[in-house]
Design a protein around this ligand. Structure first.
Ligand SMILES: NC(=O)c1ccc[n+]([C@@H]2O[C@H](COP(=O)([O-])OP(=O)(O)OC[C@H]3O[C@@H](n4cnc5c(N)ncnc54)[C@H](OP(=O)(O)O)[C@@H]3O)[C@@H](O)[C@H]2O)c1
Length: 263
């Protein structure tokens, strides 16, 4: 347990979308570094199971908040659930996704992606970023994706929502950074999470271990506006953004998505 880490980002961290996959990996990593945890997700049982496990393993305090991050009253509900806690680090991990053609997805589902993936992080960054800036310390980590680096057919709305997080997180690195608060957009590639497995991809890159994501995100926090996790993903991002024309990059994303998911 690092005293300096707890002083900068403690005593409480919030993980929005905490009960499995990358969110759970953040919870384990942050508990190991001595932070108390507010764990947010919709399903109560896995959330409480994780909280009990971390509490006994790392002797930290936890609070579970059963809440849909797409809730219309998110700002009020998250404020009242955490009112007396000093939250020094927020990780916005949850994401809603849909794989399929743009026109096949009902508009209501697209708007739900915007609520969970864009409106949610915006609200949390505003509420907790404001409190952190007033204290002159803290951190905000927004999860994004390699899909955010160019138009991504068959996951168009999801990818665009992740671009929102990439651009927002980078700007906050500068703005909040001036107030002593570290912000970063953390770009994951294929990662072996329950959500990833449920999407039943065929082929594609070998998924990473979720535990790698928090380790690399925390190492980069405060140092860079954004980080791509994993050397293979950094290579892929470099090729897609710096070497290929946009047209080629979008077409490659489309043919990969069709190979992995269509038919
Ligand atoms: N896995 C990958 O291959 C991959 C690749 C690139 C980027 N990413 C990014 O990494 C992040 C995490 O991905 P992931 O695969 O671990 O899983 P995920 O399915 O995005 O999120 C899982 C966690 O978030 C909670 N959650 C989901 N929707 C929620 C909602 N509306 N309200 C409250 N909690 C919600 C889930 O619990 P409940 O179901 O109980 O609510 C669960 O704890 C996402 O931002 C994603 O875009 C993942």
């Amino acid at each position: 347990v690092s005293g300096a880490f707890v002083e900068k980002y403690g005593p409480w961290a919030m993980i929005a979308g905490a009960s499995e996959g990358i969110g759970e990996a953040f919870a384990v990593e942050l508990a190991g570094r001595g932070l108390n945890l507010v764990l947010v997700a919709r399903r109560e049982q896995p959330l409480n199971g994780l909280a009990a496990r971390l509490q006994s393993q790392f002797r930290i305090q936890t609070r579970t908040v059963v809440l849909d991050l797409g809730d219309a009253a998110l700002a009020e509900k998250i404020t009242s659930a955490t009112r007396e806690l000093e939250i020094g680090l927020v990780v916005y991990n949850a994401a809603q996704s849909f794989i399929g053609s743009f026109l096949a997805q009902p508009l209501a589902e697209k708007l739900r992606i915007v609520d969970v993936n864009c409106r949610g992080p915006l609200i949390l960054a505003d509420i907790f970023g404001r409190a952190m800036a007033a204290r002159g310390r803290g951190g905000v980590i927004l999860l994004t994706s390699l899909a955010a680096l160019q138009g991504s057919p068959l996951i168009a709305t999801y990818a665009a929502s992740k671009a929102f997080n990439l651009v927002l997180g980078e700007a906050l690195w500068d703005e909040l950074g001036r107030a002593g608060v570290d912000a970063i957009a953390c770009c994951a590639g294929a990662t072996r999470t329950p959500g990833f497995e449920r999407s039943k991809p065929r082929g594609g890159p070998t998924p990473m271990d979720p535990a790698q994501v928090p380790v690399e995100a925390l190492a980069a926090l405060g140092r860079r506006p954004s980080v791509v996790v994993g050397w293979f993903n950094r290579f892929a991002a470099f090729v897609m953004v710096r070497l290929f024309p946009r047209k080629t990059a979008v077409t490659i994303m489309g043919s990969q998505a069709r190979r992995m998911y269509a038919g």
